[in-house]
Ligand binder design. Structure first.
Ligand code: C2E
Ligand code: CA
Ligand code: CA
Length: 599
């Protein structure tokens, strides 16, 4: 029943087509008897076929055209072609259509761009159209119409995949580069500054290593969600890869605006991440470069934001920093330190020195703290306060820490063999503490040198232990189970609660020298030190006072009941051979004589 009118028109067109001279080879039917077959073939064609007369009126439509347009063939036939055109194009198309009839030609598929058919339901369908022409009935245009929705969807999907990050769905590095170039061009044209923010999660590697990549991915997804929530609609958020995110803040009038945005972003990442059954902390550091103020090209802006980000990281967790020209110079210095330190590590340029911890009551050495010493052929003596932060910022601290651990175990074994066993305390950095295999590392080093675990002590600072209390507690408990001792370093500088302290498997606390130094001048500090000692006694912990330089300080500490001390009064950190000498002398010195001191 369908398309009766179309049939009649088509038959007429076909009959006339028999005499058509413009395309004799393409039209193989010579008799009207073939018309039924041709119609059936048109009905079976996968593409839509439309015949349109010189007046722009549809004279025939096949089944596929009905599917593409949503109109029946009856509705189509007799209607103006404009029925199928998106309304904004209708007028222009009349003109195109007329000029087509003035010089009709064939056009294959794939030549027209962005063609659309307006469906009966109002939706637009993307199509590709091939054109043909016949002189039949005073000139008839033949349009072959192909629905390319699936192709377009695939294209859109591929475009999205090429320009977005698979995990978070945020703009990716490539696309961000395009947008950055665009922003630079805009800013150059309008004179309006914009800000480039580079954000890097603190210690994200430890999350991945410690909890697995699935947990890492969950954190990244949550980070993306929180960052999005902290931005304005016009801002661009991208993931450059790993744990690095960038933000473009367009059209900023004041630095305060950028500061406010940076604060909001960091604040959004402050809350712990809820994992299945546990919480994770991972703040971020943020570096900012301004265009056109700092630079006017993408590579330099990114480099400057990166420098500022490293500067922020050094300043502590959850900080932001603006790029400043002096950062370049400091960066170069640090890069040099990093390179030289890598060499020192590879070519045996590092040494451990040992500072005695002395029993206040007996004056005997009860342990030593291992402290790194680095003499570089070019830079000379570089103090740990200078190179440890660089090693922390570049991740080299892990290799450095592993070296210290191994060297200390070797020394423990050497002193055991020499008949003068002595406990060695090593300093653990926060990154080491978050390493998934730290406990195994310690176990391996002890075993490799056959060193008794009880002679190894690890010092973690109070701040370190507080950064991720659950994780710290878990690792320290496993170390304790090995037989390793644990000391809380720089005590008093952090804010640990008494309740928390009780949960840690700590056997010793070390009072920071910041409180020992002013002991005689400042009654507040004296009270504080005394309180720490009382607290430690209540918890049955040993107390070591650090940085004891005078006999008066020692006298006061003895009076307060401090167990041990460490400081220049007794000895600086010295090579292992000097310690052996001290130990031998100690053995030979009767206990009522004054203990030997090394200056
Ligand atoms: P720290 O753990 O608090 O180490 C004690 C620091 O105080 C040492 O500085 C030591 O030489 C110094 N000191 C000892 N007695 C006195 C004194 O009577 N007066 C004064 N003014 N200072 C004293 P050093 O060796 O420069 O180390 C500085 C920091 O570097 C250490 O502080 C520690 O945080 C870090 N460090 C040193 N070696 C290592 C290491 O092997 N691994 C890690 N992760 N950090 C290390
Ligand atoms: Ca220490
Ligand atoms: Ca200390």
């Amino acid at each position: 029943m369908k398309a009766a009118a179309a049939d009649t028109a088509a038959r007429a067109a076909l009959d006339a087509g028999a005499a058509d001279t413009t395309a004799p080879q393409a039209w193989p039917f010579s008799t009207t008897g073939d018309a039924a077959l041709v119609l059936a073939a048109m009905g079976a064609a996968p593409d839509g076929i439309l015949l349109v007369d010189r007046q722009g009126c549809i004279v025939m439509a096949n089944t596929a055209m009905e599917e593409i347009s949503g109109y029946s063939a009856d509705e189509l036939c007799g209607s103006p072609l404009g029925l199928l055109l998106p309304s904004p194009l209708r007028e222009a198309h009349v003109h195109h259509f007329q000029s087509y009839f003035n010089a009709p030609s064939r056009r294959p598929m794939g030549m027209g761009r962005n063609l659309w058919i307006a469906r009966k339901d109002g939706r637009l369908t993307p199509v590709d159209i091939a054109l043909g022409y016949t002189e039949a009935q005073g000139g008839t245009a033949v349009a072959f119409v192909r629905d390319i929705s699936a192709v377009r969807r695939l294209e859109a999907q591929m475009h999205f995949q090429a320009t977005h990050d698979t995990l978070t769905g945020l703009v990716n590095r490539w696309q961000f580069g395009q947008q950055l170039e665009h922003a630079i061009a805009e800013s150059t044209r309008t004179g309006q500054p914009f800000a480039l923010l580079l954000l890097d999660l603190d210690d994200f590697k430890a999350v991945n290593d410690g909890y697995g990549h699935a947990a890492g991915d969950r954190v990244l997804l949550e980070v993306a969600r929180r960052l999005k929530g902290a931005l304005r609609p016009g801002d661009t958020l991208a993931r450059l890869g790993g744990d690095e995110f960038t933000v473009l803040l367009p059209q900023v009038a004041h630095a305060q605006e950028v500061e406010a945005a940076a604060g909001r972003l960091l604040q959004a990442l402050c809350q712990p991440y809820q994992m299945h059954g546990f919480e994770l902390d991972s703040g971020a550091s943020l570096g900012i470069a301004m265009c056109p103020g700092d630079a006017q090209d993408a590579a330099t802006l990114l480099r400057y934001a990166d420098m500022a980000m490293y500067h922020a990281k050094e300043a502590g967790r959850a900080q932001y920093a603006f790029y400043e020209p002096r950062l370049g110079l400091r960066m170069a210095e640090k890069l040099q330190l990093h390179e030289r330190l890598k060499l020192a590590l590879a070519y045996d340029g590092l040494k451990l020195h040992y500072q005695p911890q002395v029993d206040v009551a007996t004056g005997e050495i009860q342990a030593v703290e291992a402290l790194l010493r680095w003499h570089d052929p070019q830079l000379g003596e570089v103090p740990p306060d200078r190179f440890i932060p660089v090693a922390e910022a570049t991740g080299l601290i892990l290799a450095l820490g592993a070296w210290v651990l191994d060297a200390a175990c070797q020394q423990i074994a050497a002193w055991v063999d020499a008949g003068t066993p002595l406990r060695i305390a090593i300093n653990l950095s926060v990154q080491q503490l978050r390493q998934a295999d730290l406990v195994e590392q310690v176990e391996r080093s002890l075993a490799r040198h056959n060193a008794p675990p009880g002679l190894l002590e690890v010092e973690v600072t109070e701040t370190q232990a507080m950064a991720d209390p659950e994780q710290a507690r878990a690792v320290l408990c496993r170390l304790q189970a090995l037989g390793v001792c644990i000391a809380l370093d720089d005590f008093g500088t952090g804010h640990s609660s008494l309740a928390y302290l009780k949960q840690l498997p700590v056997s010793r606390i070390k009072i920071d020298r910041e409180f020992v130094h002013p002991l005689l001048q400042s009654p507040e500090d004296a009270t504080f030190v005394r309180a720490i000692i009382v607290l430690a006694q209540t918890l049955e912990l040993h107390v070591v006072a650090e940085g004891v330089e005078t006999a008066e300080q020692l006298g006061m500490l003895a009076q307060y009941g401090c167990d041990a001390y460490q400081g220049w009064l007794f000895s600086r950190a010295v090579p292992a051979a000097h310690i052996a000498q001290l130990l031998r002398a100690q053995r030979e010195t009767p206990s009522d004589e004054a203990p030997l001191r090394l200056e």
